[in-house]
Design a protein around this ligand. Sequence first.
Ligand SMILES: Nc1ncnc2c1ncn2[C@@H]1O[C@H](COP(=O)(O)O)[C@@H](O)[C@H]1OP(=O)(O)O
Ligand SMILES: [Mg+2]
Ligand SMILES: [Mg+2]
Ligand SMILES: [Mg+2]
Length: 307
Amino acid sequence: MAASAPVLLRVLSAAYGAAERAGEIIRRIMSEGDLGIVEKNGALDLQTKADRLVQQSIVGYLARHFPALKVIGEEEVEAGGSPELLEGSLSDEILQQTCPEELSKAQENELIVWLDPLDGTKEYTEGLLDHVTVLIGLAYQGKAVAGVINQPFYNYKAGKGAQLGRTVWGVLGIGGFGFHPAAIPGGKCIVVTTRSHSNKLVNDCVDAMMPDKVVRVGGAGNKVLQLIEGQASAYVFASPGTKKWDTCAPEAILHAFGGQLTDMHGNKLEYHPTVKHQNSAGVLAALNDFDLFLNRVPPNVKAALHP
Ligand SMILES: Nc1ncnc2c1ncn2[C@@H]1O[C@H](COP(=O)(O)O)[C@@H](O)[C@H]1OP(=O)(O)O
Ligand SMILES: [Mg+2]
Ligand SMILES: [Mg+2]
Ligand SMILES: [Mg+2]
């Protein structure tokens, strides 16, 4: 590993390779057909063999290379287990970046990794494969500063011969990479929200945005990808359902690309290691016109969701 690059870039570069390998595990488990589904807190909160194996493998890989790094992952899995040896290749593109001065000071033991081994588990079990992502977010001084998103089944509808899967990454002060930026067609207001965790408050808040169109898809990572690729104007989720590992990597990439992700009150999300995991005041994000959407959040939504 290029020991001369700042540790933040070295960790992100390793995370890039690990996320690609994780995507391979997720595709393989799907093709084997036995997902090993268990319910964590009811039928809307599932875990599969892929969630478990990817978390064990990425935690093991990062611990071998960065022993002082703190990793906080979604799944409660045995440290031992039988993780896969994830010797992913490092991303030279990341290692060669010039790190902003503020971030280049970060020490290994000051970085927190927020890991969602498989985001969009419900959709994975239902065969909505392109909703699934692997999220590895890096936080420094309580802020989401860098992230990697692997989308294992990207392109799976493109037919034989199409390259399956992709990895998107970003760092504050450097930018966002690995995706196809685009504008929203016809200047329309398209709201992207949950498909599997709706309720009246979630729907009231979506309606208050006065959308021309509502897109309901799974996964926090998938929804932020829709923002940066011009498929949606705002990600609106007035519910306490997501946790820090759902938002850290997507937020960092969106912010690096010029967008904004906050709770429903417009408060920044915090990522220090002792923070409450739940994003209890919901998630609001947009690449452009963020304040317009924030101003449309209705009073009953604000009153119901406390940070
Ligand atoms: N009520 C909930 N219980 C558990 N996880 C949730 C809940 N709501 C949201 N999430 C997590 O946030 C992600 C985005 O939510 P949604 O798809 O509903 O918009 C989900 O894929 C899930 O992450 P994960 O799949 O990693 O468990
Ligand atoms: Mg989950
Ligand atoms: Mg998730
Ligand atoms: Mg998950």
